[in-house]
Design a protein around this ligand. Sequence first.
Ligand SMILES: NC(=O)C1=CN([C@@H]2O[C@H](COP(=O)(O)OP(=O)(O)OC[C@H]3O[C@@H](n4cnc5c(N)ncnc54)[C@H](O)[C@@H]3O)[C@@H](O)[C@H]2O)C=CC1
Ligand SMILES: O=C(O)[C@@H]1CCC=N1
Length: 264
Amino acid sequence: MKLGFIGTGNMASAIMGGIIGKKMISAEEIIGADLFAPGREKVKEQFGIQVTEKNQEVVEKAEVIILSVKPQFYEDVINQIKDCVKKEQIIITIAPGKTLAWLAEKFGKEVKIVRTMPNTPALVGEGMTAMCPNEHMEKEETEYVKRLLESFGRVEVVPERLMDVVVSVSGSSPAYVFMMIEAMADAAVSGGMPRAQAYQFAAQAVYGSAKMVLETAKHPGELKDMVCSPAGTTIEAVRTLEEMGFRSSIIEAMKVCEEVSRNL
Ligand SMILES: NC(=O)C1=CN([C@@H]2O[C@H](COP(=O)(O)OP(=O)(O)OC[C@H]3O[C@@H](n4cnc5c(N)ncnc54)[C@H](O)[C@@H]3O)[C@@H](O)[C@H]2O)C=CC1
Ligand SMILES: O=C(O)[C@@H]1CCC=N1
């Protein structure tokens, strides 16, 4: 087995979908453990991976292990597996707030760890992941993990101090973007557009706008100005958004998100 997951919920499924979809690792070489039987069966059926109820079995069989349980369960899981983890295995963490220092203390021995923060667009190969290897990772091992993570989107190695910011700007942000798409579609429905069509229009507009930011390297403000014709429709929408605190509500929400991550 090349890859193992402890916890086969939303984020693990998104990563599995991305990795298998890009043929980076085949489903037969992936094993996942979950306490919850229907959760295990779901990924077995959806992706064709091997599943087990025993976390230790994942550690016995996999070369790279992703700890994909909620942060609150990290300590229990680490206590369960730490004695079976071998020196050459690589542990990837995806939980907010769980620092490399905390992880090292909980494992209590030399373990290769890469702290990461992915996001659910991994499922469609458009994830954004930050990674931060510990001191026991060799250069080639870090490169291998980076390639693995790149199979489901973009990856950046960042200093660990930025990890809580990453949670708010990319780990959690798909939720805010989905809310915006939902709200945009609701307004379009209110204007008479059928709902399915409204989601398509709203989502494609968000997707295309994001692509413009990434591909033109222009300042987002300049791209916004390009849409606003004098005395036109858009500038009135922009004025209303400013009046309703659109940008400050996003900034404030993200500061709270960052703070929660720091304290988990
Ligand atoms: N959902 C997201 O968008 C993102 C989640 N994350 C992180 O990913 C991790 C997992 O989050 P989700 O997938 O959203 O949660 P989830 O609740 O969908 O999945 C967690 C899974 O772990 C299982 N589980 C709980 N205790 C276990 C144990 N002791 N042994 C084995 N399995 C156990 C649960 O049954 C569940 O299926 C969390 O640390 C979260 O912060 C990181 C980035 C994005
Ligand atoms: O909500 C959470 O705690 C996780 C971390 C980033 C996205 N979801």
